[in-house]
Every structure is written in C-alpha cells, then in structure tokens.
Design a protein around this ligand. Structure first.
Ligand code: FAD
Length: 316
C-alpha cells in the first residue's frame, strides 16, 4: 500500500521508523532485532536508507596506494523484501541520485516493482568524502527533482528507451524537506521553491530532516502551505543518544538544538545522561506533534530501537 493511502485511511497519527542496512558481513538477524521491539506499535511502513560507495586507500606491496570503492552498507532492496515478507508491513527503500546512471535507476525501479514495493523515498544523496561538492554520475541526476521526474515518467509508462511495449509502474514517491533549510541552499525561500518543484514533479509526501525544535517544523509546514505545497509533511525525529551526538548531530545534519534542550545537555556528564534526556525530549516533541495532529511521526532509529521504543510506549 502507498504511504499516502496509509495516511488517508488513518484515524490518528501513524508511527513509522527508519533503519540502516547493517555493515557488510552482518546478518539479517541484526536488522530483525532492531525491528522486533517496535512492531507492537504497528508501524504502517519502515524506511530503509541507501548508502553509496566510499573510497578507501589500500597500500600495495610496492608501497603505492590503491584507491578502492566499497559499499559498507549494501542490501537496501533485499532488506525491504525481507521486512515485507516477515512482518507484512510496507517497506520504503531510499533511492538516491549519487552513483547511479539513469539506466541503473530504471533497472533498480524495475526490481522494486517486481518485489511488490509501492513506495520510494527519492533523494539526491550527499557528496562522498573525497568530493567537496555533490557530483552526479555522468549519465545520472543532479537533483532529487530529476530522479522524481524519472520515476513519474515510469509511472506513466515512459522508460529511457521507448521502443518496447511498456508496463507502467505505480510508485508513491516521497521527498526530503528541511525545516532548518538544506545546508547548500542560499536561503529558505529558494529551498522551498525547489521543494515545490519536487512535489510538482510527482512527490506526493514529504519526510523532514530531523529537528529538535517543534516550532521550526510548524513554521516549515506553514511556509510550505503558503507556497502551495499541500502534500502531507511527515516530521522526522531522532532521539539524542550520546555525549558525542551533542556536537555530531548539529555538525552532520545542520540542525540546531533549542536553548531549553542545550541547557539540559550541558548538565549531562555521561552518555547515559544524554540518552535519558534524549528519550524525555523525544516524548516531549512527540506529544506536541501528536496534539497538532500530524499525519505520522517518523523516527530515525539509526538501527538502535531502545530509545524509540520507550518514546513510542509513551505516545502510541
Ligand atoms: P535535493 O532536493 O536535490 O536538494 C539538494 C540541494 O539542491 C538543496 O540545497 C536544494 O535547495 C537544491 N536544489 C534542489 N533542486 C534543485 C535544482 N533543480 N536546481 C538547483 N538546486 C536545486 N542520503 C543518503 O545518501 N541516503 C539516504 O538513505 C538518505 N535518506 C534521507 C532521508 C531523509 C528523510 C532526509 C531528509 C535526508 C536523507 N538523506 C539520505 C540525505 C540527503 O541525501 C541529503 O540531505 C542531500 O544533501 C540532499 O538530498 P535531497 O533529496 O534533499 O536533494
């Protein structure tokens, strides 16, 4: 079923979450042990992130360095199929532009259709560590909007080579939105302009980047509505978990902690303190979002479900 159909049918706010594929070599069991504790909250869909290749340097016998591309977390599509088979919930694979030619994208979408996957979260992806800025595949897409166009084209039966009898796909397409602006964007107005283009291209719902200040989400939704972006906007929440997160999350995800939270974080002396506060803050944010009747609350588990489970016990 499509994410938008789940939302349309729902009588109250839905629960959903996102997981990461495990590091290469780990078993599918590591995925199930993260999902099992959350199934009691009846998620309607589970997102699975996509991780592109990274380059590492390996020293050869002659002392020269060899540049090798490896994907440390492969398996997105296989995990989606396994989740649907085991739990009978919809799985939403993330599909990115980075590293994909248009033909590889087309083939990936055909795989998803054959597996009975109805939803895709269409993203650009970030630059890899060796690139200063994002560089698309030479035959690929530079922005998520272009990927969304390709998926919408397939939904109307248009493939890259239009010379065979073509079977239309019927994907429900999600796109990313940034309540605190995407870090590369000149300003919020420009970012919203491009977000609107993603919706016009065929995205029928938006999932937000994590945020810690609900006021920013509410302001973002208002700004979207003013721009004429009228699709559901699903808030994404991430519980802070460790002392390391205090600097890592703002740096990596370009988000701020509100003062009320930062004051409490300053009092934490151990990761256990932060983890407890992360749960309390997650409950506080979730309660307010629930009262505002948001369509769904989407939790970033980063493959650790303990905090999300405690939050969900207090909310759903
Ligand atoms: P875009 O929509 O292409 O936007 C990127 C930047 O370009 C923005 O500044 C935007 O304003 C600008 N822009 C957009 N369209 C145009 C245009 N036509 N012309 C010029 N500028 C334009 N990354 C992964 O690698 N794997 C994942 O699984 C993953 N999952 C994510 C899930 C969510 C919910 C979110 C919010 C992010 C996720 N990301 C993931 C990170 C994401 O790939 C990065 O944030 C990336 O930098 C931007 O992706 P986007 O789809 O928003 O890109």
């Amino acid at each position: 079923m499509k994410v938008t159909e789940h939302i349309a049918e729902a009588k109250s706010t839905l629960f959903s979450f996102e997981i990461l594929p495990p590091l290469k070599g780990k078993s599918i069991q590591s995925i199930y042990s993260g999902i099992d504790p959350l199934m009691e909250f009846k998620p309607k869909f589970v997102n699975v992130t996509y991780h592109r290749e990274e380059f590492v340097y390996k020293e050869r016998e002659n002392g020269l360095l060899e540049k090798i591309a490896i994907r440390k977390r492969p398996g997105t599509v296989g995990i989606c199929a396994a989740i649907m088979n085991k739990y009978h919930v919809d799985a939403v694979p993330h599909l990115i532009c980075g590293g994909f030619s248009r033909e590889e994208t087309e083939n990936a979408l055909i795989d998803l259709q054959f597996l009975g996957i109805d939803n895709v979260l269409a993203l650009r992806g970030d630059s890899i560590k060796t690139e200063a800025t994002f560089r698309p595949h030479k035959d690929g897409h530079a922005n998520a909007v272009d990927l969304i166009h390709q998926i919408s084209d397939m939904n109307s039966g248009t493939y890259i080579l239009d010379d065979v009898e073509l079977n239309s796909t019927d994907f429900c397409i999600g796109a990313a939105g940034y309540p605190e602006k995407h870090f590369e964007s000149m300003n919020m107005a420009t970012d919203l302009l491009y977000l609107k283009k993603k919706v016009e291209a065929g995205a029928s719902y938006i999932v937000t980047q994590m945020f810690f200040d609900n006021k920013k989400y509410f302001a973002f939704v208002d700004a979207c509505r003013e721009m004429g972006i009228n699709v559901p906007i699903i808030p994404g929440l991430k519980p802070i978990k460790s002392l390391n997160h205090i600097s890592f999350l703002p740096k990596f995800f370009h988000v701020d902690f509100p003062e009320e939270l930062s004051k409490e974080l300053l009092k934490c002396t151990s990761s256990e303190d932060v983890e407890k506060l992360g749960v309390e803050w997650g409950i506080h944010q979730s309660k307010e979002l629930l009262e505002a009747n948001v369509p769904c609350i989407h939790y970033y588990t980063m493959s650790n479900s303990t905090q999300v489970k405690t939050i969900a016990e207090n909310i759903f």
